[in-house]
Design a protein around this ligand. Sequence first.
Ligand code: COI
Length: 367
Amino acid sequence: MTAIRIEPVVENLSPQLSDELGFGRQFTDRMFMHRYSEHEGWGEPTIGAYQSLVVDPAAAALHCGQMVFDGTKAYRRSDGDLNLFRAEQNCRRFNRSAERMGMPEVDENLHFEAIKTLVSLEHRWVPDVEDASLYIRPVLIATEPVLEVRASREYLHYIIVSPVGPYFADGFNPIAVYVSHDHVRAVRGGTGEAKTPGNYAASIAISESAREQQCQQVLWLDALERRYIDEVGAMNIAFVYGDREIRTPPLSGAILHGVTRDSVIRLAPDLGYTMNESRMSIDEVWRDIENGTITEAFGMGTAAVIAPVGRLVMQGREVTLNNHQSGPVARELYNVLTGIQYGRREDSYGWTTRVATNQISSSAAAD
Ligand code: COI
């Protein structure tokens, strides 16, 4: 693995974290960058000053959207060190997304090393506040100036980090969800499995209409029959049947391989729940919420961890879940996952990687 060059950076020794962290509004002093060209392969990876990118206006990413990203987080432990949560899974998914978009793979070990080094150098920016963390955003963009629709021959792989609060301003509280029949997020065989910006761009117009109906997120149905439940907003979704069984749609090719989804699937049986991956139609889900068979629903994602759903709105009708309160199953999963992430609970799954905050001193970084 190529060593990462660490450039001197004028660093903010005691960063002022905004009271309202929001999600991804503030960025740290440093970033990781690594360039690729078809002729020369990967260049020297560096961690240097956070900076604006100089990208040719004809760069393929800006025209064809050949780009991918991912997200993972570093959490502050009570002993001051940091925990990464299943970050190696995000490295793997980053490459799966790159492959789907016809982009070169990155070296997963280098990518993981870059995350660990960057987080260690920027540890001052990891909030020591309940429900806050440092969000890590790796990106791969096609930089070759070319308007032909084909794979770029040049790429930039970079990683930025941002101190974040809860994804939803209200924190762990039920969200209202608008069921979309007209707009779809992704189709099997399309790019739904990849974390590529086009999937998110496709969700923006309808999400704005949902907001006008006081809904924070959109529930996506399958693109072919507009019948089966796929995802909620940028998260996977699960429904709780009779307080003990959790069902989530299977990975159909249109659904993102969520790391939180996978963690819930692995945790749930150990917590005494029956876990099933099964297709669910919106009509049967609606009926089962109305007749009380479904007792809770929640979204699962890196940003929000677990987001309880309190209300569904569909074609002028609406239905409420658990009296619009956070349910006990969502609460338990949230507590167990965040307990492991922040190091408050034993990590019997080996999901966390501890990053010592004194691993690389600032002066060594500025050598
Ligand atoms: C996640 O929760 O995993 C996401 O992908 C959300 C992100 C796009 C902000």
